[in-house]
Design a protein around this ligand. Structure first.
Ligand code: PGA
Length: 247
């Protein structure tokens, strides 16, 4: 399983960041799961540059620009040079701040060009009875993938994060049968966009109120390859507990 800890802007000091990194290192001694930490940019640099552990680091976002006279922007290239190997792209909180499908597609291409493994976030705002949310998911993936070559598309990890499930508690997350259905659907869409057997090899993660209380259920028989975890990833006790639940 791939466990991605999205620290968002929850972690604002070095002491807390150090504690979370130490917990991850300790967990990696006893688990086969892969841990990817996504700290805010300056903290990512502080840890990823001198990283000698099995922890991998992800940018929470990358700039839509490619550098130059762009005050305040952090490009994919800078993240790669700082030791990141993954990049979260199109998170719903970035989309809410103005990232359109076109911007997400551009960021995805920049991440791939900088040799970062992109984690493309998709997810419907709400579920309707007519299944329009399925068409929405298809459109989000298609819009992001269309400008890419098939080789580039094959590098992307998909993180399914329904907006209605983000930032709540385990009870509000998706149920395991709904998740299993969605993973199948995403793979079907991927099979139309990726060559050969690549769709079955693509990693699909789930995010949205993953906590120690539901992670085991969500991992069991849903076809999911890992999780993108927000609030529970910045609480060292919860993060250790949910990783252990997967063992
Ligand atoms: P959450 O956030 O785990 O706090 O719901 C997940 C995410 O937004 O990536």
């Amino acid at each position: 399983m791939l466990i991605v800890a999205n620290w968002k802007a929850y972690v604002e000091n070095l002491e807390k960041a150090e504690r979370l990194v130490a917990v991850s290192k300790k967990l990696l001694r006893t688990t086969e799961h892969r841990i990817v930490l996504a700290p805010p940019a300056p903290l990512l640099g502080a840890f990823a540059m001198k990283n000698t552990s099995r922890i991998a680091y992800a940018a929470q976002d990358v700039s839509a620009t490619t550098g130059g006279a762009e005050t305040g922007e952090t490009t994919a290239q800078i993240y790669a040079a700082s030791g990141a190997t993954y990049a979260i792209i199109g998170h719903s909180e970035r989309r809410a701040a103005g990232d359109t499908d076109a911007i997400v597609a551009e960021k995805l291409a920049h991440a791939i060009a900088a040799d970062l493994t992109p984690i493309l976030c998709i997810g419907e705002r709400e579920r309707d009875r007519d299944g329009r949310y399925l068409a929405f998911i298809r459109e989000e993936i298609t819009a992001a993938f269309t400008p890419l070559t098939s080789k580039e598309r094959s590098r992307a990890i998909i993180a399914y994060e329904p907006l209605w499930a983000i930032g709540k508690t385990a009870e509000s997350a998706i149920g395991s049968s709904d998740l299993a259905e969605m993973v199948l659907y995403i793979r079907k869409v991927l099979s139309e966009l990726l060559p050969g057997k690549n769709a079955s090899h693509a990693l699909v993660l789930y995010g949205g109120s993953v906590e120690p209380g539901n992670i085991r259920d969500l991992a069991r028989a849903t076809g999911i390859d890992g999780f993108l975890i927000g609030h529970a990833s910045v609480d060292d006790v919860m993060f250790a507990a949910l990783t252990k639940e997967l063992s």
